[in-house]
Every structure is written in C-alpha cells, then in structure tokens.
Design a protein. Structure first.
Length: 287
C-alpha cells in the first residue's frame, strides 16, 4: 500500500482562497415561486434538501477544522482562516436562501432540525473522527461542485439568475478550499501509521456516505410529502434526474471512488483552470 504521507500540504503553491463576502438578493418573482427551479418539483427538492443542510453543516466543518489549527504552520494556517471565512459566508447566504423556501410554504425548519440531529450524533465521536467526517463531506461538496461547474452550471438551467449565481459561487469556493480539512487531518495524524490513517479516512467516508444520502433523501421525502408528491413515480423521476439526465450524481461516481485510493489527495485532480473560468464567468476575478 502506498504511504499516506503525513506532510502538511500537497495543495498547489499558488492556490488562492478568497473570502468574497457576497450577498445575494432575490426578487419578488423568485420569492413567489414554490418550485423555483424552472417549475420542476424534483430539481427544486434536491437543491432545497441540500441547502437545508448547509447552515449547520458548515458550522460543524468550521469547528472541526479550527480545533486542530494550532498544530499547523503556514501556509495551511492561513488557509484554515480563509476556509472558515468562506464557510461562514456560505452558512449566512444559505440561511437567506432557505428563508425563500420557508416563505414559499415549505417547513425548512424541520429539515434543518434533522441536520442538527445528524450532526449531534457525529459530535459524540472523538475530535479526530469529526475532522475525518468533515474531510469526507468536503469531498462530497467538492465533487458535486466540480460536476456543476464543469457542465457550465447547466444543472441550474431554468433557475432564476441570482440562484444560479449563488450556487455557482458556492461551488467555486468549495473547489478552492477542497483540501484544507484534508491537509489539516494529515497534520493531526502525522504520527499515525499509514494503515491507521487510511482506515480512518475510508471507513469514515463509508459511514458519512450513508448518513449523507439518508439525510438528503429524508429531506427530499419531506418536501415531496408537503407537495403531495411522495409517490413511486416522483422517486422514479428523481432517479432519472440524479443518475441519467442531467445526472449530477452519475457524474460524481468515479471521483467519489477516488477517495478510497491509497495516497489520495483532493488536488490530485487539478481544478485551477476550472476555477479561473468560473471566476471570469461570474465576474469575480480579483482585480
């Protein structure tokens, strides 16, 4: 088995993690749309289900990484600061976005409460296991982000412009900081054997995968029930949406499996060109 090298960073030396502190404003037309994603209840439910996990989920990520910051050195220590800054803004903006779904009549508070219960379950584990769970879930967000941006955000076709912009910005920043938690875990486990480090990473990913899909699936089921659409036909449409066309989960399958490869690092897949293209497309390039 190739070594799980404990060096502090294998991220690009020219990597820039910027806290952009954007604020998104949605017009009255968007606020009045229950199925804001092109009138499609399936696409709307998927993105609403994801968004409901972000405010408290991002806080869990921040806390998990911050706990080990004192063990790190530059440039990782500054990257942790910027990671926390980005995640704090994501949490704030998704609270605003979730309020839109609440205004449209959905019980988003129930979905957020479900997320908090899952997080509370995870917080019963040791801090290093919480960090490993953060690494696993950050890999999920990174591969979802790559799938979204590599397709030019076509998964958001039909959504209001401000919603497309918000989700694309969030995806871009998830790619920027995709290795911060991972590099922090490498430092925190630098005295571990390669096998012990590998088992922590992969077994935690397996458990996190089950919890992630259970949470998103339960959230979508709650939303479908509120719409009177929690039927086999709707779930068949959901499977086609996620696995066939546009198939965002289908596009994530191979990158997901890479996490189980010995010696894996998030920047083995270099996303710097995609980040530059997305920054330019959104008009967010540093000037």
């Amino acid at each position: 088995m190739p070594p799980e090298t404990p060096s502090e960073a294998r991220s690009p030396s020219d990597l820039s993690i910027r806290v952009r502190n954007l604020q998104f404003r949605f017009d009255d037309a968007t606020r009045s749309q229950r199925w804001w994603h092109g009138g499609d209840p399936v696409a709307t439910a998927f993105f609403n289900a994801l968004s409901a996990t972000f405010p408290d989920g991002e806080k869990f990520f921040m806390d998990s990484v911050r706990h080990f910051r004192h063990l790190t050195h530059e440039p990782l220590r500054s990257q942790i600061k910027d990671f926390v800054g980005q995640e704090a803004v994501h949490s704030r903006e998704h609270r605003t976005f979730n309020a839109l779904a609440t205004d449209a009549g959905y019980d988003i508070a129930r979905l957020e409460a479900r997320t908090r219960k899952v997080i509370a379950f995870g917080q019963r584990n040791a801090k290093i296991r919480q960090l490993a769970a953060t690494c696993a879930l950050e890999h999920f967000t990174a591969i979802l982000a790559h799938a979204l941006l590599a397709a030019g955000s076509t998964d958001l076709t039909g959504a209001p412009e401000e919603a497309r912009r918000m989700w694309s910005w969030h995806a871009m920043e998830e790619l920027e900081h995709k290795a911060v938690a991972f590099d922090t875990m490498r430092v925190a486990t630098r005295d571990w054997s390669p096998l012990r480090r590998y088992l922590l990473r992969t077994l935690t990913m397996a458990a996190s995968t089950l919890l992630f899909f259970w949470t998103i699936g339960a959230n979508m089921a709650s939303l479908y029930r509120e719409d009177g659409l929690n039927t086999p036909r709707t779930w068949w449409r959901t499977a086609k949406y996620l696995l066939a066309e546009p198939g965002v989960l289908r596009r994530c399958f191979r990158p997901y499996l890479q996490y189980y490869r010995p010696g894996f690092h998030p920047w083995d897949h270099d996303d710097r060109a995609l980040l530059a293209q997305t920054e330019a497309r959104l008009g967010l390039a540093a000037g």
